[in-house]
Design a protein. Structure first.
Length: 442
């Protein structure tokens, strides 16, 4: 590997120690950048012997403090493992190094006549390794499922220092435990993913995007449920409310999509292999309580409509590092949650401002809260307890990381957490892999 890829100069390693939002920060003991799986395995084996803790890191786009060295761990950066190989043009599969960006995988898939089923706003920096570690969801889960549903196999270095590799790409393969599925979503606590075989999906080049306005969140949620049933070619079904739209417009300088303000909005993308416009129009004609609609068929205008939704994360961060609470609600509780959560947050802390947006089809609301100190967790507690009490999950797609660690018990029983610990002990007996996230401290 050479000392050129073992970095220790403070100004060089600083960027590896802070997350994208600026809320989670630490100082890495060192940053090690292996070139391949063998080098990654050598680093893990050495750290195991020496008892050094490691935080694996991909594009550093995580939002729950799971990929930064909060306790001065060594950062194992997988970004140099950026390559695509063994593209199966007929069967629709490819193998990618852990450091390949999602955008890179999408381009490789497109070049062979396919598409990759996962898309997310951070596609230019998020890596396949990081998205496997977090089982990232994103904008197309309703159509193609989360990252775990794309995974045909992984190569990974376990905490034992042992490398496992299962990259044959068989779609049907019931030969025992699904180790790739187990590593997916384990947040770097069991193994370091070094490459993966993923399935590709047929492209749906004909697209229409609409932003639809409603007078209440309840009306938008009801419409979302109807549209899911009536539009089989639905690619994305996203949600935001007026304060977030106003902030995005203010920060980006974009004009509002409609002359009037409305309470709630859905962004709908329909994608197929022939013109999806007739199906979209028919579905919207039958949807109740629509107040206004903006439709785009050409790519630049579609991208413009998407910016109203995708612009939320950056616009909110411009106000200061937010508390990010990424929850899922059962569909029957979604509208109540959206209506009640700003009041619950304000009762807990009158300085707080609540921003709500997310993936309507999955019941996934991104509750962002600005105006409260980074270490004051009162509002986090109120939101997560309320979501779990309604039968929801405290982490829909971002993971537990450090941010949600104290609340894992809201969704997982003592027996489940004890089982997690036994799995961790088996795969990482020295406890060196991302030891300070996910599992609550003992
Ligand atoms: C999204 O859906 C991402 O845009 C980021 O998951 C969410 O910024 C967030 O809280
Ligand atoms: Zn999201």
């Amino acid at each position: 590997m050479g000392t050129g890829h073992v970095l220790t100069e403070p100004d060089v390693i600083a960027a590896y120690g802070i997350d994208w939002t600026g809320r989670f920060q630490g100082t890495p003991a060192a940053v090690i950048r292996p070139a391949d799986c063998a080098e990654a395995a050598a680093v893990v084996s050495h750290c195991k012997k020496a008892g050094f803790a490691i935080v694996p890191q991909g594009g550093n786009t995580g939002l729950v403090g799971g990929g930064v060295p909060l306790e001065g761990e060594i950062v194992l950066s997988l970004r140099r493992l950026s390559w695509v190989a063994d593209v199966d043009h007929q069967g629709g599969q490819l193998t990618a190094g852990a450091g390949t960006t999602i955008g890179g995988i999408q381009s490789a898939a497109n070049a062979s006549g396919w598409d990759y089923g996962v898309d997310l706003g951070s596609r230019g920096s998020a890596t396949i390794g990081g998205t496997i570690a977090t089982n990232a969801g994103g904008l197309q889960v309703l159509r193609h499922g989360p990252t775990r549903a794309q995974l045909l196999g992984v190569e990974a270095v376990l905490g034992t220092g042992v490398t496992i590799s299962h990259l044959g790409g068989l779609i049907k393969d019931n030969t025992g435990y699904d180790l790739g599925g187990l590593l997916c979503g384990s947040e770097g606590t069991l193994g370091v993913v070094t490459s993966a075989r993923v399935r590709l999906v047929p492209p749906n080049p004909d697209r229409v995007v609409a932003v639809v306005a409603f007078s209440s969140s309840a009306a938008a949620v009801e419409a979302a449920l109807f549209l899911r049933r009536s539009l089989p070619d639905l690619q994305s079904l996203e949600f935001f409310v007026d304060p977030g739209l106003a902030l995005v417009c203010q920060v980006t300088g974009m004009a509002r999509p409609f002359p009037d303000r409305h309470s709630a909005y859905l962004l709908i993308e329909v994608a197929g292999q022939r013109d999806p416009m007739p199906a979209m129009s028919e579905a919207l004609d039958s949807t109740h309580a629509i107040e206004d609609v903006a439709v785009a068929t050409d790519a630049p205008r579609r991208a413009q409509l998407w910016r109203y939704r995708e612009g939320h994360t950056e616009a909110i961060n411009s106000l200061g590092a937010p508390h990010k609470l990424d929850v899922t609600l059962p569909s029957q509780a979604l509208a109540d949650f959206i209506d009640q959560i700003p009041g619950i947050v304000n009762d807990a802390d009158p300085r707080a401002t609540t921003w709500l947006f997310g993936h309507a089809a999955d019941g996934n609301v991104h509750v962002n809260i600005t105006g409260v100190g980074s270490d004051d967790l009162t509002v986090d507690d109120r939101v997560l307890v309320f979501a779990a009490g309604l039968g929801g999950s405290i982490s829909a797609e971002h993971g537990i990381g450090r941010a949600k660690q104290p609340w894992l018990h809201l969704n997982r029983s003592n027996e489940e957490i004890a089982t997690f610990r036994r799995i961790k002990d088996a795969l990482d007996p020295a406890g060196i892999l991302n030891p300070n996230v996910l599992l609550p401290a003992m």
